[in-house]
Write a protein that binds this ligand. Structure first.
Ligand SMILES: [Fe+2]
Ligand SMILES: [Fe+2]
Length: 243
């Protein structure tokens, strides 16, 4: 018999498999429009989380030394993102009644285009800033979603969205700390890199399966102004905070 150590038990007790075990939706009181909106939200959550692995594969193909150099940051990050994609797939499956393999087929047959990220993938400092930028925005999105998820009155869904938000916060600080550790000499460049990123993010008309830079949609819960005036200054502040 294989026994799990306490540490391993703790590590896996907080993942989608445990939180969403046997999950089903409580009876829903939603209009047809609301039903479709939630379907889109759950599906978009699967694909953006799923695309973390595509971004990882892309970085690894373009710059294999980098995935080795950043392994202690990228591996725990990717493990969580894989878990997020799985969790949202379980939720979407419970919501739509579709089996997981059908959902996976829709998710995996999409195409990705990483060409807009070339300048970031060739420069690890810029890449880490890109990750920090994306993770803090996702943290805000999930934070804002908590109330909406609580509306379902499902303890599992409420636990799930809080866990996802907590993970995204953890990722943001993981990347911030890595930047400070490896690139303290380049911190003065951070504002211009963020300015470039912000421009790119809102120039892109469509999401191209890149995990990052998916914030330019009309219904995105965080506004362009908020990203520019509040979120970017917070990133700069955290980068310049000595711990
Ligand atoms: Fe995530
Ligand atoms: Fe994340």
């Amino acid at each position: 018999m294989i026994r799990q150590s306490n540490k391993e038990q703790l590590k896996y007790s907080n993942n989608a498999f445990e939180i969403l075990k046997g999950f089903s939706f409580p009876p829903l009181e939603l209009s047809r429009t609301e039903k479709l909106e939630w379907q889109d939200i759950f599906f978009d959550s699967i694909i953006t989380e799923y695309d973390a692995r595509r971004l990882y594969w892309h970085i690894d193909a373009k710059n294999p030394d980098l995935t080795i150099e950043l392994e202690d940051t990228l591996k725990p990050w990717l493990r969580d993102e894989i878990d997020h994609a799985y969790g949202f797939s379980l939720i979407y499956s419970a919501y739509t009644g579709l089996p997981l393999d059908e959902i996976a087929l829709d998710v995996e047959t999409r195409k990705s285009d990483f060409s807009s990220l070339d300048a970031f993938i060739s420069d690890p400092f810029k890449l880490l800033i890109l990750f920090a930028y994306d993770e803090i925005i996702t943290t805000h999105v999930y934070h804002r979603s908590i109330k909406k998820y609580d509306y379902f009155k499902s303890p599992q869904l409420s636990t799930w969205i809080r866990k996802a938000k907590k993970d995204e916060t953890k990722h943001f600080f993981l990347f911030i700390e890595k930047i400070k550790l490896m690139y303290s000499h380049r911190l003065p460049e951070a504002p211009s890199v963020l300015k470039h990123l912000f421009k790119l993010d809102f120039e892109k008309r469509d999401y191209t399966g890149t995990f990052v830079l998916d914030h330019n949609t009309i219904d995105y819960p965080i506004s362009q102004t908020e990203i520019e005036k509040t979120i970017i200054p917070t990133i700069i502040k955290k980068l310049n905070t000595t711990t």
